[in-house]
Every structure is written in structure tokens, then in C-alpha cells.
Design a protein around this ligand. Structure first.
Ligand code: HEM
Length: 358
């Protein structure tokens, strides 16, 4: 679904606000006396985002309905919304999809899949700018695997172990989702503590990735940990190894992880391949300066408190930049959803505009 720029901006704004609201410190959770007063205005903001998102989704569905009536044969160009609307219109469907379920589904993808991926690309770029030798290694890998006459894409990721290591190290040190939550279904006894039934249990993904038991000098950005011989060589971030759980684990682990592990590194690689990145105050390798001074802002998907200022300049004249250039102008993840052999969500637009600070 292609959206006009103002709608894309509105969606971007909503997704960002949701991430902030989910991660916000809420006094009412801790001080019963404050309950119901909405002293911080979080309830008001939540209702505002809800109304804005709902209006946006209504417009998308109406536009899509109109488009579907005008273009009869959509067999070869169905996007996610088409699939959902087909399912809703199918009288034989086992589970009847309502308009609300369609909206909830789209909203889920917006909120769970956009800020997380955008933030990861931002942090990857910031860490690389602060560690020029890592950026150089990645460039060398890119040159060897992809060359300079074609644009790197998702199929190349499997051949690029260093790129994957940069992603894993970023997810370890800067996980976009800092905690996951479960509810105890029965009383559990852990190290002398009893966790009663129905207790909400949060596990801290952020702290797990920085645990010295598993990670030497955990605050250092070192993709080499995940290369052969490194402590993380065999560690899979997809929830099998408890010392690294950026996507959670178990039955309710992130369903978008496979997609994210492909699309995020591919997009970052394209940014590295196609642009030279300059920072006003180049860092000593690993030191402060440059994009340095990056801090997490309070949100569910912590982003830079102050966006780094970088100036990308195009450096590959022979690469057809059309797909990337296009992505910079379409600023909504959903505009790139297509369904062929599965969902192929290229949220490049949102990621691109965030990186470029537009
Ligand atoms: C770097 C990217 C991403 C990270 C780090 C991430 C991380 C997470 C985490 C930690 C959870 C909670 C898992 C748990 O409780 O065990 C989660 C849930 C979820 N994620 Fe992601 N995610 C990412 C990208 C995506 C994408 C691209 C999508 C969809 C296109 C997505 C959709 C979801 C959904 C729908 C849930 C809720 C699953 C449920 O409750 O059953 N995520 N994600």
C-alpha cells in the first residue's frame, strides 16, 4: 500500500509514540494513590495515539477498498492488506476476520516491526562510525562479496559473516527491545524466591547481553566476538542461547526475527556500500567523538537521545541507486510489504529517513 507522504509521516510519528509510551515510567504503577489521575498525561497521550492510528488505518483500508474495486485483477500484485481483506471477505473462512482484526494486525506490524528495526540500523551505523576499523572491515567484505557494480541485497547477507557479526554485536549491546514479559501460570521457585501464580515477570534482555559471565568486556563493541574463535561464535540470537535473547525466546518469541535478520543487515550494508559517512568530529577508534556520545532515550525501543549528525555522500556511481533512492522517499514500512513466498517487508523507507534525520 503506497501512502502519501503526510500519512507516512503520521504513521512514523504514531509508531514512535507507541514505543515511547510502552517504555515510559508510569508513576501510577508504583504509587497507588496516584492511580486514575493521569498526572503525567500518559493516558491522554495513549488515547490520542489510538485515535490517530485508528484514523490512519481507516483511511488505508478505504483507499485499498477503492483500489480493489478499480483494479479487478490483483492476482499478481497483492500486498498484505489485500491478503487480509481477501480473508475478511471469504465466507468460507474458518476464522472470520473483522475490520478490527485487520486493523489490529496492521498495527501490530507497525509497532513491533518498525521502530525496532529502524533503531537497530541506527545503532549499527553509530557503532560503525565510532569504530572505523570495523567499518573498514565491513567495506572490505562488501567489496569481496558483492563488488562495486551491483547493489547489495538480502541474498548476500548469508555470504557476509562480518556483517552478521556487526548485527549480532549491535543486538547484544543495544537491543531495541530491552525486556520481554511473561506471566507465571503456576507458582515458581527460583533461588529461594517464590514467584506466585499470575505474577508478571520481566526478563531484562539488555542486562543479559552485558553479563560479564558470558561476555568479556561487555561494554565494548566488538563484532569479532561472533567470528570464528570468538566467545559468541556459536551463539544464535534467535532465542536458543540464553546469553543473547534480543528477540526473546520460546513460543512467544518475536515472529519477525527471520525477516529482521535479513532486512536489517541488508539495509545497513546498502548504506555502507552506497554512501561515504562523515562525522564532524572523527573519533579515535573506539573512543568518544564522532557519532559518539550516543545515549539510549527512554522508550521501548531505545533510540539515540540526540540523533547523531552525520553527512552521507554518495560514493558508488556505478551502482543503480534507484531502489535505495526510492526507499528514501517512501517513508512507511508498510509501503514495501509484498507477499510472494512469504512476507517481504522492506522497511527501508522508514529506516532511511531515520538515518538521514529527515
Ligand atoms: C531488530 C528487530 C526486532 C527485534 C530486536 C524484535 C524483538 C522482539 C522481542 C524481544 C519481542 C518479545 C518476544 C518475547 O516475549 O519472547 C518481540 C515480539 C514481537 N515482534 Fe519483534 N523484534 C524485531 C522486529 C520485528 C519485526 C520486523 C516484526 C514484524 C514484521 C516483529 C513483530 C513482532 C510481534 C508481532 C511480536 C509479538 C509476538 C507475540 O506476542 O506473540 N518484530 N519482538
Amino acid at each position: 500500500t503506497d501512502l502519501p507522504g503526510d500519512m507516512a509521516d503520521a504513521a512514523h510519528d504514531c509508531a514512535k509514540q507507541v514505543a515511547e509510551l510502552v517504555g515510559a515510567f508510569n508513576l501510577e504503577d508504583y504509587v497507588p494513590l496516584c492511580r486514575g489521575w493521569d498526572l503525567q498525561g500518559l493516558g491522554r497521550r495513549t488515547r490520542g495515539v489510538h485515535a490517530k492510528f485508528d484514523a490512519l488505518l481507516e483511511t488505508m483500508i478505504k483507499n485499498k477498498g477503492k483500489e480493489r474495486r478499480e483494479v479487478a485483477d490483483k492476482a499478481n500484485a497483492k500486498d498484505l492488506l489485500d491478503i487480509l481483506m481477501d480473508a475478511a471477505a471469504d465466507p468460507t473462512a474458518e476464522v472470520k476476520l473483522t475490520r478490527d482484526s485487520i486493523k489490529a494486525f496492521v498495527l501490530d506490524i507497525f509497532t513491533a516491526g518498525s521502530d525496532t528495526t529502524a533503531t537497530t540500523v541506527e545503532w549499527m551505523m553509530a557503532e560503525l562510525l565510532n569504530h572505523p576499523h570495523c567499518l573498514q572491515k565491513l567495506r572490505t567484505e562488501l567489496d569481496a562479496v558483492v563488488g562495486r557494480s551491483q547493489l547489495v541485497g538480502e541474498p548476500d547477507v548469508a555470504q557476509m559473516p562480518y556483517l552478521q557479526a556487526v548485527l549480532k554485536e549491535t543486538l547484544r549491546l543495544r537491543p531495541p527491545a530491552v525486556f520481554a514479559q511473561r506471566e507465571a501460570m503456576q507458582p515458581i521457585y527460583v533461588r529461594g524466591y517464590t514467584i506466585p501464580v499470575k505474577t508478571s515477570v520481566f526478563f531484562n534482555i539488555f542486562t543479559i547481553g552485558r553479563d560479564v559471565t558470558w561476555w568479556e568486556e561487555p561494554l565494548e563493541f566488538r563484532p569479532e566476538r561472533f567470528m570464528p574463535g570468538g566467545a559468541g561464535e556459536d551463539v544464535d540470537p534467535k532465542g536458543q542461547h540464553l546469553q543473547l535473547m534480543p528477540f526473546g525466546s520460546g513460543r512467544r518469541a518475536c515472529p519477525g526475527m527471520g525477516l529482521a535478520m535479513q532486512a536489517v543487515p541488508a539495509f545497513l550494508a546498502a548504506l555502507v556500500q552506497c554512501f561515504d559517512w562523515e562525522v564532524p568530529n572523527p573519533p579515535l577508534d573506539g573512543g568518544r567523538g564522532g557519532a559518539g556520545e550516543c545515549q539510549e532515550a527512554a522508550a521501548c525501543a531505545p533510540s539515540h537521545a540526540a540523533p547523531s549528525s552525520t553527512t552521507p555522500t554518495i560514493n558508488c556511481s556505478r551502482i543503480p541507486l534507484y531502489p535505495l533512492a526510492l526507499s528514501f522517499h517512501i517513508t512507511l514500512p508498510l509501503s514495501y510489504i509484498s507477499i510472494s513466498s512469504g512476507i517481504n517487508l522492506q522497511h527501508a523507507g522508514l529506516l532511511g529517513t531515520r538515518i538521514l534525520g529527515r
